[in-house]
Write a new protein. Structure first.
Length: 393
């Protein structure tokens, strides 16, 4: 490996160092053990939905010679997505404006490659998903971190406005937010749209909004979900089915270009080229064939809400400060120890695995995934209670 390549890899690894340090620790190999309570990632801990399995089985039976040939944005899939989005949002999405992807991870790589030039700046909101910064760096751009309001975890619009420069090319917004569970309200999104429109006019080129909506169907307490893309024309919606179906290993998602996007033909051409150059980032044939049968499926969000309430109430009774999520399947909890990594390692010794806040730019907190099963929740609550009074602040 050349010196330049080694230096680049080191820079990229440094941007996710906290995540890498935790994820590669030897104790992580214990997570599959039957006695472990695993709350680290949004992985399934129960069998998949039978309907999902049946849909894949049907899609694997070839109906013509091209069934498993190279696939692009297949009309059978884009039509399903456009129809669903139009029904959900009350806006008409065209099948031609849907770009099929290998989930949101690939989707972000595609949009960053398509619209960001070396030297551009891309804003992301902290606390973030682990990989925003490294994806921005991989595109040759400069990541610009802007903290959310640390009381409400809503967008801090004044901070975003102050962060925008003439080099700003895009902002990544994630709602419902991982890890906070906050759904950004219409008033905030409307003002964000006005802010980005003014910046675009001032800069003489659009500031794109990349709306990461991986959890937009996992919403609690009967809330409505407002999409950031409804409040700004130069926006692209990124979605993955891996959360709604709890099948993160099945890489299927899409990018939807806003119906109000100016010059959509140029945007779609850029996305197509980026898809190809990002490593043929089109979903595999079987998943696109199955989409008509799986689009309407979902894990039991009511059951997730029940688990949220059970965990939140149990932790609150034990004395923890719990951030109550409006969506996603995560709980963010303040650590009783100042060193959240040390606290999480102490939990590991008792068979409970959680994600330290240092991995998502929230030192002093930890995150719990509600995809854990009921038995894990029952076994873990006494452990959390026993650790609540061991303050090291």
């Amino acid at each position: 490996m050349s010196h330049a390549a080694s230096r680049r890899i080191g820079l990229l690894a440094g941007s996710i160092r906290g995540f890498l340090d935790f994820a590669t620790l030897p104790h992580m190999q214990r997570r599959p053990d039957p006695g472990v309570c695993d709350f680290v990632f949004g992985n399934p801990h129960e069998p998949p939905m039978p309907e999902y399995v049946s849909a894949l089985q049907r899609a694997l039976v070839p109906r013509d010679k091209d069934w498993f040939a190279y696939k692009l944005n297949e009309p059978e899939a884009t039509t399903v997505v456009s129809r669903s989005l139009s029904e959900q949002r009350g806006r008409q999405f065209s099948p031609e404006h849907i770009v099929m992807t290998n989930g949101t991870f690939a989707g972000l790589s595609i949009v960053l490659t398509a619209f960001v030039d070396p030297g551009d700046e891309v804003i992301y909101v902290s606390p973030p998903w682990f990989f925003y910064e490294v994806l921005i760096l991989s595109a040759g751009a400069a990541p610009v971190r802007v903290d959310a309001d640390r009381t409400t975890f809503d967008l801090d619009l004044d901070a975003i406005k102050a962060a925008i420069t003439e080099r700003t090319r895009a902002i990544i917004v994630n709602s419902p937010n991982n890890p906070t569970g906050v759904i950004y309200p219409p008033d905030t999104l409307g003002r964000l749209g006005d802010l980005l429109q003014a910046a675009s006019q001032r800069n003489g080129r659009p500031v794109y909004l990349f709306s990461d909506e991986a959890y937009n169907r996992i919403v609690f307490d009967g809330r409505a979900y407002p999409s950031p893309t409804d409040y700004y024309d130069h926006s692209l919606l990124l979605y993955t089915y891996g959360k709604t179906l709890l099948t993160p290993g099945e890489r299927l998602g899409y990018i939807a270009v806003s119906p109000a996007m100016p010059d959509p033909g140029r945007v779609l051409e850029a996305l197509f080229v980026s898809q190809a150059l990002t490593g043929w980032a089109f979903p595999v044939a079987s998943l696109q064939h199955a989409l008509a049968d799986i689009e309407g499926l979902s894990i039991d969000v009511g059951h997730l809400q029940d688990k949220r309430d059970r965990m939140a109430q149990g932790l609150s009774r034990a004395g923890y400060e719990v951030n109550h999520p409006e969506g996603t399947f995560y709980l963010m909890v303040r650590s009783p120890w100042r060193d959240d990594m040390a606290f999480c390692m102490a939990l590991v010794e008792k068979g409970v695995f959680v994600l330290p806040g240092a991995t998502f730019e929230m030192p002093g907190w930890f995150r719990i995934s509600l995809t854990a099963n009921e038995e894990m929740i029952a076994r873990s609550l006494p452990v959390f209670e026993s650790m609540a009074g061991t303050s090291r602040r």
